[in-house]
Ligand binder design. Structure first.
Ligand SMILES: [Zn+2]
Length: 403
């Protein structure tokens, strides 16, 4: 009996399935590379994948021939601050003049500017901005995108961000969202009252976010943000409400945040520029994905890189995401993918695993970031044929089609 499908995509030079992921070590042998491959899907789910089939193997209502091009899984962007109002383009000029983060803050810029503008915006306005960003993300290959709150800070505004994200998600076909509630900073009105804010976040914001469909709780655990002990309390509150933890960790300094990955099941530790090499090697013992954010590092003109060699040597699962936010306005996963190669020296297959199946693992999203039976049909068709050409020609529009 032939497999019935809506669409049969055929004529691929190679299909890189990433079906054996998540990967601690990815090579040509285990990446799931199919030569002269084809993929069939029905109602958005992959029902068949393999070498060019005969007509009695798959019967599809529509056939698409990609003319000898390479097909890979759609990207998974596992770290974005998708919803906000208050872009800060002039801060690039200030950063280039050598102004520090503190000086920008004192000039009325920085995160609190975005918080102010986000609070002034309506749900509809926030949703509309998010929709435009999602279209760009899809165009550059993303099929699943994580969206954090964190620019509202108070319950009513954090709620507005979640509602806007859900609204935006319904309007853009071909991209799904995973919702995260983020403890970003202590709001200005709680200056000197950190304890009270952590109570508010734990007892009001987290339960509200869980009701509105958030699946993760994230904490900006770093110097000048939340301490390890405060982060622990927020993680616990998240767990009580069924939210899985992920963390901003070791970006500005090592204050010990990464140690929480040995204490809890942390789905992702993100940034990691200041992660000590020994801890990087230990991370391989955990299920935690080490999520690297190369565009974010560049947007703050930092030269400090995460300990990639140690992560690799220890067998950590490495992810790569955009960290799209008003201080790092690149919604392109293709860009993050390419920079992971040129900045962090991941091999193109490592970078591909990091931006697809490994990133999906950090979001507990089974099947995403792979081309396998039962997985959602999210694909990137590249405008060239050999998988070894991935990231070779970069900074150009070499995505032929996105499904
Ligand atoms: Zn972030």
């Amino acid at each position: 009996m032939a497999v019935k499908a809506d669409v049969l995509l055929r004529g691929a030079s190679y299909v890189v399935t990433m079906a054996n992921g998540p990967y601690r070590r990815v090579t040509e042998d285990n990446a799931g590379i199919i030569e002269r491959g084809a993929i069939a899907w029905r109602e958005g789910r992959i029902v068949w994948v393999g070498p060019e089939p005969d007509s009695h193997v798959v019967r599809a209502r529509e056939e698409v021939n990609v003319g000898g091009r390479l097909v890979t899984p759609g990207f998974v962007d596992s770290h974005t601050h998708l919803v906000f109002a208050g872009e800060r383009f002039w801060e690039l000029w200030m950063k280039l003049e050598g102004k520090s983060y503190l000086e920008i803050l004192e000039a009325g810029g920085g995160i609190y500017y975005t918080v102010r503008k986000t609070r002034e915006a309506s749900v509809e306005e926030l949703a509309e901005a998010a929709v435009n960003r999602l279209y760009t993300m899809r165009r550059y290959g993303a099929g699943l995108v994580e969206a954090k709150t964190g620019y509202g800070l108070l319950p009513e505004h954090e709620e507005k961000i979640l509602l806007a994200a859900r609204m935006a998600e319904k309007r853009v076909r071909g991209v799904e969202l995973v919702h995260t509630v983020l403890a970003h900073v202590v709001p200005e009105e709680y200056a000197g009252r950190r304890e009270e804010y952590i109570e508010l976040f734990s007892n009001e914001i987290i339960p509200m976010a869980a009701r509105l469909g958030a699946r993760f709780v994230d904490v900006f655990c770093d110097k000048g943000a939340f301490t390890v002990e405060e982060t622990r309390r927020i993680i616990e509150a998240g767990l009580r409400n069924g939210l899985k933890p992920r963390l901003h960790s070791d970006e500005l300094a090592n204050i010990g945040c990464h140690k929480l990955a040995f204490e809890y099941e942390i789905y992702s530790l993100d940034h990691l520029e200041h992660l000590p090499p020994a801890a990087a090697r230990e991370l391989g013992r955990t299920r935690t994905v080490a999520t690297l954010l190369p565009t974010s590092m560049l947007s703050v003109f930092s030269e400090k890189k995460p300990p990639v060699d140690d992560l690799r040597r220890g067998g950590a699962i490495i992810g790569v995401a955009t960290d799209f936010n008003p201080n790092n306005m690149t919604p392109s996963m293709k860009h993050a993918f390419e920079l992971a190669v040129y900045l962090y020296k991941l091999t193109p297959l490592e970078a591909l695993a990091a931006t697809t199946v490994n990133a999906a693992y950090s979001l507990d999203a089974r099947g995403y970031g792979t081309i396998s039976e039962g997985a959602p049909a999210r694909l990137v068709v590249w405008d060239f044929s050999h998988y070894k050409r991935l990231a070779y020609e970069w900074g150009v529009d070499n995505i032929y089609a996105v499904y």
